[in-house]
Design a protein around this ligand. Structure first.
Ligand code: SME
Length: 163
């Protein structure tokens, strides 16, 4: 796999379509899951020009910060807390158009204006991590992001549950 990505297209959907096979190729690297997951976060952040892209890993009653790309972030989030903890609890993707209107939002950066959080499932259907993507723009995420980031979550799932 080349070290650089080429993401083409004018629409968000075209960019995801161009990025997805490259994320699959990154996931086939033999370097181990942490190297792969770090690379996938980089591919998402820089390929899609997001403010922040990262994983929070389920560890007992908390989510703990995992591989990410972007500014320094909070390290622990409780079950049901913030957008990440709620996506874990609800086992469903959550899109927040305006974080200032989300009750209990955990602000890791004042730059973040909207976000999407997608759960990642383990072999027994339990949530093992959540994928959190932040934008510095309001109303940045929609159905296209949900569809493609859920596809990315499946690749992450496969990577994380190996070995
Ligand atoms: N805003 C998230 C916390 C994680 S940071 O955005 C990286 C939340 O409310 O769960």
């Amino acid at each position: 796999m080349s070290e650089s990505l080429t993401v083409t297209g004018n629409s968000r959907e075209e960019r995801y379509r161009s990025l997805l096979p490259q994320i699959t190729a990154l996931s086939e690297d033999k370097a181990g899951k942490w190297a792969i997951l770090g690379n996938i976060m980089s591919a998402l952040k820089y390929g899609m020009n997001f403010f922040w892209a990262g994983l929070y890993l389920v560890n007992n009653e908390n989510l703990v910060l995992g591989p990410f790309q972007g500014t320094v972030a909070c390290t622990h989030i409780g079950f049901g807390k913030g957008v990440c903890g709620l996506a874990w609890k609800n086992r469903k993707t959550i899109i927040v158009d305006d974080v200032s209107r989300f009750d209990g939002h955990i602000a890791c950066s004042s730059e973040t204006k909207s976000e999407i959080v997608v759960p990642v499932f383990g072999k027994d259907g339990e949530v093992i991590m959540v994928l959190d993507i932040d934008s510095e723009h309001l109303f940045h995420f929609g159905k296209t992001d949900e569809v493609y980031l859920e596809k990315v979550a499946k690749i992450i799932e496969k990577t994380a549950t190996v070995g």
